[in-house]
Design a protein around this ligand. Structure first.
Ligand code: HDE
Length: 752
């Protein structure tokens, strides 16, 4: 690659024209930042500044910075120009015939500006429109060449750049983050053998078994077509009408009604490839595989009342959380684990591994950790990167292959197809965030928005005029499909085991803690309360009767209905009895990051004990938490020791739902003021209702009383997350508070 770059006759003033050469990856790894030698230029700065009129781009340590430097633009110190590079003298006034006259048709500057603006929007994704993303890298733990020749798993410590986008599914691009929904978890690996997109969700199963049903599913959950309501919500008739007629969705519905559908953060949810995939090694031998991402931050969710209020308090709650965590150096990390099993093993399972409504329980096939992903850089530009990134399940690399899961098979077509209309043509792979770090050479030509300037007269293969180049890579290094033997009739239909719709729904429900089970029942109740058609409610209850009598009874009770007879089963086979799988409970993965990045409000007013606030604040900071001084109004408060404190945010702008915990410090005068403020009362009431840790010092107890919250006892002896200090010292109370904060919530007190 370096030789190629050196040999190329190129205009040194426009080095980025030879993008392919400047993109040449370092031999053996994609992880190194680009060096001047590899870019074919004297310095990376020249590339950005000469072609794009930019200043010097900051070249960070993140290996993904390199590949995108060639297109980074920064107007710092530059004059304003048109898109043709013509300097603009006046960007405030259109060209008029006299100061009070009409605008001249010839005002090409105005017309270019307005025309561009008129076309600023592109269609949003038909699903997963609302999302947030980050750059980072994947680091392999070990050499997996025994099972796959995929180059990113070739050796321990090997780093591959990634771009990862999280999303909700149903809502439009501007909808809220904390709605009840499945979350997308899509990772683009820029491997040195081409891009691999692992386009997963935060739940390991799906609603339907066959791609044929996807448009119907999506139509049913999207806003109803006559009045375009409701936004970003499954709680309406058409969705429940569809799924109640689709018993295969039962397992997924339980996941969707669980707290998984209201994650605390994109940093605290798992990701799953959902389908069974294949791994293929260099000898051509293949095993089946399921992909699991597990956050090192642990798996944590919101509670429903909080999620609903967050829609108003901060519609960007998850976007902001991800951005701030990365911005502050708290890089989210996720471990990738594989479930590897052979085809023979798969045949012995009680379910079909090609059925995407089924998991492979971890008790049956344990997880093998193979590496971790670190997200360490926010995008420079939301549209250019997060919006224009194009994930395709068809993007796989040598060593990874598809299974015959009929849902996956349909997806292989859908993603490429949708990008063509969403991104305006077949050259979306040239958009910087989509372009591989591996070199691209083929005879595909032309099309809308072509960026590459292909040289020479040969655009076909085989050829002799270009020495046969670019040439076929051959079986050894090129991608080859696993040669599965198939000899069957062409049919429309499902394998027999697909008809078991309830065994794993039962497994999931039975594996949840009592709190999680209660939340699932409450979510069904809420959604079905919004459903207006009694027959639809009834059919859902008849479905749930096949899952668990307590669940069905609880939901029916909540709707003021009786549990109807269960829906008839679609199979004569007896349902499979699974042992509960503790790994399916969110509570089984508390995480390793303690109180890092947890947000804590410290409520203050004039007369607060300033020394105490400072002590608590710095102690929390020291452990990586994010304390905030919150009060009724901005400015400074006078502390009891005659000093002042800066208020960081008001109770109005920073209500309870934005914080993981609250501290009410001592100071009688301050508590008298706060007790009169409805915002402060709501604040502690909601912290209590949402099961969050509360630390109350001295006079602070009066605020709880005013708000109707039970008293906080020293060291939390009644409720381990409701901690007071009456008569006691601050230090042990603060320690108990931190323990409670690391434990997230105290569900024992829940009364919703
Ligand atoms: Fe998708 N899905 N999907 N999906 N999906 C899209 O592609 C589709 C499915 C998933 O952050 C679309 O670029 C079909 C399962 C994610 O950009 C579209 C079927 C899973 C994202 C599409 C499915 C997913 C999408 C819309 C059934 C989890 C967002 C815009 C056969 C394993 C990626 C786009 C991003 C996006 C089609 C089912 C995950 C239309 C036809 C199952 C995370 O192509």
């Amino acid at each position: 690659g370096q030789q190629l770059a050196a040999a190329m006759p190129f205009n040194p003033n426009k080095p980025a024209e030879y993008g392919d050469a400047s993109r040449t990856p370092q031999p053996g790894a994609t992880a190194e930042p680009s060096t001047p030698a590899a870019t074919g230029s004297t310095s990376t700065e020249t590339i950005a500044s000469s072609k794009l009129g930019a200043g010097v781009p900051p070249v960070g340590e993140n290996p993904t910075v390199g590949p995108l430097d060639r297109v980074r633009v920064d107007g710092g110190g530059q004059r304003l120009t048109t898109n043709q590079g013509v300097p603009i003298a006046d960007n405030q006034h259109s060209l008029k015939i006299g100061l009070r006259g009409p605008t001249a048709m010839e005002d090409f500057i105005l017309r270019e500006k307005i025309t561009h603006f008129d076309h600023e929007r592109i269609p949003e994704r038909v699903v997963h429109a609302r999302g947030s993303a980050a750059h980072g890298y994947f680091e392999s733990y070990q050499d997996l060449s025994a099972v796959t020749r995929a180059s990113l798993f070739a050796q321990p410590g090997k780093r591959t750049p990634v771009f990862t986008r999280f999303s909700t599914v149903a809502g439009e691009r501007g909808s809220s983050d904390t709605v009840r929904d499945v979350r997308g978890f899509a990772v683009k690996f820029y491997t040195d053998e081409g891009n691999w997109d692992l386009v997963g969700n935060n739940m390991p199963v799906f609603f339907i078994q066959d791609a044929m049903k996807f448009p119907d599913l999506v139509h049913s959950v999207k806003p109803e077509p006559h009045h375009a309501m409701p936004q970003a919500s499954s709680a309406h008739d058409t969705f429940w009408d569809f799924v109640s007629l689709m018993p295969e969705s039962t397992h997924m519905l339980l996941w969707q009604m669980s707290d998984r559908a209201i994650p605390r953060s994109y940093r605290t949810m798992q990701g799953f490839g959902v389908h069974t995939f294949r791994l293929v090694n260099a000898a051509g031998a293949s095993v089946f595989c399921k992909f699991h991402w597990t956050p090192l931050q642990g798996t944590h969710s919101l509670v429903w009342d909080e999620a609903a209020k967050l829609v108003g308090a901060d519609p960007d709650y998850h976007r902001r959380d991800l951005w701030e965590a990365i911005d502050s150096g708290n890089f989210p990390e996720y471990e990738l684990a594989l479930q590897i099993f052979t085809e023979e093993q798969a045949e012995s399972f009680a379910f079909d591994v090609l059925d995407p409504t089924k998991i492979v329980p971890e008790e049956l096939v344990p997880l093998t950790p193979v590496g971790k992903m670190v997200l360490n850089r926010n995008p420079d530009n939301f549209f250019a990167e997060t919006e224009q990134v194009a994930f395709c399940t068809a993007h796989i690399v040598p060593g990874i292959d598809f299974s015959n899961d009929p849902l996956l098979q349909g997806r292989i077509h859908s993603y490429l197809d949708t990008q063509i209309s969403r991104l305006g043509g077949p050259n979306f792979h040239e958009i910087p965030v989509n372009s591989p770090v591996a070199q691209v050479h083929n005879n595909q030509r032309d099309g809308m928005h072509r960026q590459a300037i292909h040289r020479g007269r040969v655009n076909y293969e085989p050829n002799s005029l270009a020495g046969g180049c670019p040439f076929q890579a051959g079986m050894k290094s090129g991608f080859t499909s696993f040669p599965q033997t198939i000899s069957e009739d062409k049919v429309r239909g499902n394998p027999e085991l697909f008809a078991d719709h309830y065994s794993q729904a039962r497994l999931f429900f039975n594996s949840q803690s009592p709190v999680e089970q209660a939340h699932i029942a409450a979510a069904f109740r809420f959604e079905l309360t919004r459903v207006q058609t009694p027959a639809v409610r009834e059919r859902v209850l008849a479905t749930l009767a096949n899952v668990n009598p307590v669940l069905a009874g609880s939901v029916a009770g909540g709707l003021g209905m009786d549990v109807p007879a269960p829906l008839p089963l679609a199979t004569d086979r007896p349902l499979h009895e699974y042992e509960p799988s503790p790994a399916l409970s969110l509570l089984s993965r508390p995480g390793e990051t303690g109180i890092r990045t947890r947000k804590v409000a410290v409520l203050v007013a004039n007369g607060v004990d300033g020394a105490m606030v400072r002590a608590i604040y710095s102690s929390l900071l020291e452990d990586g938490a994010v304390p905030r001084v919150v009060s009724s109004q901005l400015g400074k408060v006078k502390t009891s020791d005659g000093a002042t404190l800066d208020v960081e945010i008001t109770l109005e702008a920073g209500p309870s739902v934005l914080y993981d915990a609250v501290v009410v410090p001592d100071g009688e005068a301050a508590i008298t003021i706060l007790s009169r403020d409805a915002h402060a009362q709501d604040f502690v009431r909601e912290q209590y209702r949402h099961c969050k840790p509360i630390l109350v010092v001295g006079a602070g107890a009066a605020l709880l009383k005013h708000a109707g919250v039970p008293p906080a006892l020293p060291d939390g002896s009644a409720d381990p997350a409701l901690i007071g200090t009456e008569g006691g010292a601050l230090a042990p109370a603060l320690a108990a508070f931190k323990t409670a904060l690391a434990g997230h919530r105290s569900f024992a007190r829940e009364t919703d």
